[in-house]
Ligand binder design. Structure first.
Ligand SMILES: [Zn+2]
Length: 441
């Protein structure tokens, strides 16, 4: 087996994020193809033909998992800030999204993939329009992802009428079924933009193919009021009444939950994605994440789209996660660094149903990991690596990114994407956006 080693990284402090949270000093990781073949300490025997990298005592950890985003919204970054969610969606985001086409989404997705690889994210979960383009961008960039076309009651700029949306989703599921990196989910937008019939049909499609059902849930107070008014129930109970509250559901946000709803999410095995920066920026509220973790609910972290964050950097998202819950309950021991890093790695993998293949540095898992350069003023000295990763490091400190055994960034150079070309194309698309907004659409 040793003769098949294709990649070896050594001289690293390895944060394995295994069940014992083992840290290996002076460690190495050997990769065979797409899989971690060996994790050890000391100087490994080197192999002819294998790529060998000296981590220079940097931190080697699992690639970060962005559990909820709308990647192509990179092209709307900073377009409309400082607005309430409903206003922001209906007056800015939905109108510009009506003008988009496949190429627009492709460029936004490539830009997002570049940003994510450069900031140490190796897996993302996406919901957007023209999602086939996001899947293609992920494939080109070598990223792992779970993606799905957004479904809602109104006609879509991509597929038109809803029936076509279901057909589009089903075709995507079939097309990517055996892909090593891209998986597809069924993604109705939310309980306030999707009829009960849509939600039930989406759940049927998801269970027919054994793929996750993903939706925004209980994000704002407005949503709670709308759903109570329309269906006589709060969103969580509305989903339960429809039979959708189960272990196949990944619920994004979950900001406004009563105690009973938290219990329901746990009892029904619902997985949750926390998006603190988006929730703060849109003043949606503070999700009761410590209460979720106390119950044993699997919680991952997401950046949400770039228009409400405004970046895809999971390092700053971890930092925000750790601090938000401390100040919200005036308790500095809430959400410690290790807990937060777990949410961005092993727990994130669990939320996306990928816990058997990624999320930790363990023999047999897929080789998705990053090396963080610690030879920097803001990372020196180092007493506690978890503290450094969550509170001090930034995405720009990531030096190497490896996904599925492949080096996709080496010494901060993207190896799979042509960054200058992507930036030029993105600027060109921004000119279109300026025109769309200027016309007062
Ligand atoms: Zn979202």
């Amino acid at each position: 087996l040793s003769s098949e080693v294709t990649l070896c990284i050594y001289n690293a402090t390895i944060l394995t994020m295994d069940p014992n949270s083992t840290i290996i000093d002076n460690g190495y990781v050997k990769v065979c193809g797409d899989t971690i073949a060996d994790v050890g300490t000391g100087c490994p025997t080197l192999h002819d033909g294998a790529v060998c990298l000296d981590a220079q005592k940097g931190l080697l950890l699992p690639g970060l998992i962005n559990c909820h985003t709308h990647v192509p919204m990179t092209l709307f970054r900073g377009l409309a800030d400082d607005l309430p969610l409903m206003d922001w969606l209906t007056h800015y985001i939905f109108p510009v999204e009506k003008k988009m086409d496949e190429d627009f989404v492709k460029v936004g997705a490539l830009l997002g993939c570049a940003e994510m690889i450069l900031s140490g994210t190796t897996t993302f979960c996406d919901m957007y329009l023209f999602e086939e383009q996001v899947a293609e961008a992920a494939r080109e960039s070598g990223m792992r992802c779970l993606v799905g076309e957004v479904l809602y009651d109104f006609p879509s700029p991509n597929y038109g009428q809803l029936d076509e949306g279901f057909r589009y989703t089903e075709k995507m599921i079939q097309k990517w079924q055996n892909d090593p990196l891209v998986s597809v989910a069924v993604e109705p937008h939310s309980v306030f933009t999707c009829s009960p019939e849509l939600l039930e049909k989406a759940a049927d499609l998801a269970s027919r193919y054994g793929v996750p059902l993903i939706t925004h849930l209980a994000e704002t107070k407005d949503e709670i009021h709308q759903v109570v008014e329309k269906y006589g129930k709060r969103p969580v109970k509305h989903l339960r009444a429809l039979g959708l509250l189960n272990e196949n559901l990944i619920a994004d946000h979950c900001v406004h939950l009563e105690t009973e709803e938290l219990d329901l999410l746990y009892a029904n095995g619902v997985r949750v994605v926390h998006n603190p920066e988006s929730n703060m920026k849109l003043a949606s509220g503070i999700a009761p994440v410590p209460e979720m973790l106390e119950r044993g609910i699997a919680v991952g972290i997401g950046t949400d789209g770039c228009a409400s964050n405004n970046d895809l950097d999971m390092f700053t998202e971890m930092d925000t996660t750790a601090k938000l819950h401390k100040v919200s309950r005036m308790n500095p021991t809430s959400m410690d660094a290790l807990t937060v890093l777990k949410a961005a790695t092993v727990q994130g993998a669990k939320v996306l149903g990928l816990e058997r293949i990624v999320g930790s540095i363990e023999k047999g898992k897929k080789a998705d990991f990053i090396v963080v350069d610690t030879h920097k003023p803001h990372l020196t000295p180092m007493y506690n690596p978890y503290s450094h990763i969550v509170y001090a490091a930034k995405g720009s400190d990531v030096r190497h990114t490896i996904i599925n055994g492949k080096l996709v960034m080496e010494d901060r150079n993207l190896l799979t994407l042509n960054l200058p070309e992507i930036l030029t194309r993105a600027k060109h698309k921004a000119q279109l956006v300026r025109g769309w907004v200027g016309k007062g659409s």
